[in-house]
Design a binder for this molecule. Structure first.
Ligand code: ADP
Ligand code: GN1
Ligand code: MG
Length: 374
C-alpha cells in the first residue's frame, strides 16, 4: 500500500466527513509505522488558528473488522481519559483522542471500502525510532507498565480480538512452516540459514502458551505492540507522555509487552540494520527497562511473570523474526517494505538478537533477580 497513491484516491472524500476545525492547508504521509497509512493534516481556521490532526487509513487486510477495532479503541481511550483526569493529568495529551465524523461516528468507510479515522495530533512531542538514553528507555518502561496497571480493572471480556492469535508463538510458528513449505516465490533458497535457525528452536515456542494454559500466568489487558515508536515523549520535559497505536489492545500476557519493548529498544542496532555486527542485546538497556517496567506495574506482576521476563524478551524477538521471515517468503504482504529484502533483513536482526540473548541468558536472569531482591 503506498500512502501517496492512497492520498490521490479517497483521502479528500474521507477528510470531508470529519468534524475537524478549519480548512486543510497541508497533508502528507507521516511516521514510520509498518501497518496503517498515516497522514498529518495541517488545518487553518478563518481566524488564522493552526490545528493539526493524524489521519489514518486502517489496514483492513490485517485488521479484518475495523468497526469492532474502533469500538475497542474508543472504549479504552474513554476509560483511560477518566483515569488520567482523576490523576490530574491532561487527557488530550496523555491518551489518543478520536475525532468523530459529522454524523458522530468514530470512523468513516469510504466508497472504495477503505476505513478512515482521525486523532487529535499531540503537539510538542517526539517519537523515537531508537533509544537515545537509558533514561528514555526506563521512562518508556514505566509508561508501558503503568498503561497495563491503568487497564487492570478494564472488563477484558468486552474487548474484541482484533488479530486472533496475535502473540500465540506456536501458531506463528505454524504460519512460518507453511510459508516455508509453500515457498510461493522461490525465496526460501535465499534464507536457508535463517530457516534452519528458526526450525532448531521450534520446541521453545510453547514456553509461554503452556504456562498460560496451565493457569500459571495471568491473562491481562495488554498493549501487544510496545515498540518505542508507539510512545510519544513530551518534547519539553522529555518524559514519556502518551502510548499510541492501540489497535492491538487485547487480553494478553504482560510478557508480550515487556518482551516486545526489549526486542526493539534494547537492541544496539535498528530493526532493519543490515550490518549484523552492530546488532546485540544491550544489557544496560535491558536492566533500565526491567527496572522501569517493574516500577510501572507497581507490584502487580506475579513471581512467575517476573521469573519469565527474560523468556518474554527472547520469545517476542523470536516470534517477530518468524513473522518477518514468513512475510519475506510470502512476498511482503503484511509489513510495509522500503527496499528489496527488507523483511529478510528484519528477520536477520531479530534472530541475531535471539542468539545474543541465548549467550547472555545468565546475565539477563541475574539482572531480573537483582532487581527483584534489592
Ligand atoms: P502503525 O500502526 O502503522 O504503526 P501508528 O498508529 O503507530 O501506526 O502511527 C504511526 C506514527 O504516527 C507513530 O509512530 C507516530 O509517529 C505518529 N502518530 C500517531 N498518532 C499520533 C498522534 N495522535 N499525535 C502525534 N503523532 C502521532
Ligand atoms: C508492527 O504497527 P507497528 O509498526 O507499530 C506490528 C507489530 C510488530 C512491528 C515490528 C499490528 O507494528 O506486531 O512487532 O510492526 N503490528 C501489527 O516492527 O502487526
Ligand atoms: Mg505504530
Amino acid at each position: 500500500m503506498n500512502p501517496e497513491n492512497t492520498a490521490c484516491a479517497k483521502i479528500d472524500e474521507a477528510i470531508a466527513q470529519f468534524a475537524i476545525e478549519g480548512k486543510v492547508v497541508e497533508r502528507r504521509p507521516y511516521g514510520n509505522g509498518h501497518i496503517n497509512d498515516t497522514f498529518l493534516l495541517v488545518c487553518e481556521t478563518p481566524q488564522g488558528k493552526r490545528k493539526q490532526y493524524i489521519l489514518q487509513r486502517m489496514n483492513h487486510s490485517i485488521f479484518k473488522n475495523p468497526p469492532l477495532l474502533m469500538e475497542n479503541l474508543t472504549s479504552v481511550t474513554e476509560y483511560l481519559r477518566k483515569i488520567i483526569l482523576s490523576a490530574g493529568g491532561d487527557p488530550e495529551r496523555e491518551t489518543l483522542n478520536v475525532v468523530r465524523t459529522k454524523t458522530g461516528d468514530c470512523y468513516y468507510q469510504d466508497t472504495g471500502s477503505n476505513y478512515w479515522r482521525i486523532f487529535l495530533f499531540i503537539e510538542q512531542t517526539i517519537c523515537l525510532e531508537k533509544v537515545e538514553s537509558a533514561g528514555d528507555f526506563y521512562d518508556s518502561a514505566v509508561a508501558f507498565g503503568n498503561f497495563q496497571k491503568m487497564l487492570s480493572d478494564y472488563p477484558a471480556d468486552t474487548l474484541h480480538e482484533t488479530i486472533p492469535n496475535f502473540h500465540n508463538t506456536p501458531s506463528r510458528f505454524r504460519d512460518f512452516e507453511r510459508a516455508v513449505s509453500e515457498d510461493k516465490l522461490g525465496r526460501a533458497a535465499m534464507a536457508q540459514k535463517e530457516i534452519a535457525f528458526a526450525l532448531e528452536r521450534k520446541a521453545q515456542t510453547t514456553a509461554l502458551t503452556d504456562l498460560l494454559a496451565a493457569g500459571d500466568l495471568p491473562l491481562r489487558v495488554t498493549h501487544n505492540d510496545t515498540k518505542l515508536n508507539n510512545i510519544l515523549f513530551d518534547a519539553e520535559t522529555k518524559k514519556a507522555l502518551c502510548i499510541i497505536d492501540l489497535d492491538t489492545v487485547m487480553p494478553g500476557l504482560s510478557l508480550y509487552d515487556f518482551g516486545d519493548s526489549i526486542r526493539f529498544g534494547a537492541s544496539t542496532g535498528a530493526e532493519d540494520e543490515q550490518d549484523l555486527s552492530k546488532v546485540e542485546l544491550d544489557l544496560s538497556l535491558f536492566e533500565a527497562f526491567t527496572r522501569g517496567y517493574l516500577e510501572g506495574c507497581d507490584g502487580s506482576l506475579t513471581d512467575k511473570e517476573i521469573e519469565m521476563l527474560p523468556m518474554g524478551a527472547k520469545l517476542m524477538t523470536f516470534e517477530c523474526g518468524l513473522r518477518f521471515l514468513a512475510d519475506f517468503l510470502e512476498g511482503d504482504v503484511y509489513f510495509k517494505i522500503h527496499r528489496e529484502g527488507h523483511n529478510l533483513d528484519r528477520a536477520r536482526t531479530q534472530f541475531k538478537l535471539v542468539a545474543d540473548m541465548e549467550k547472555k541468558w545468565d546475565e539477563m536472569t541475574g539482572i531480573v533477580n537483582k532487581l527483584t531482591h534489592c
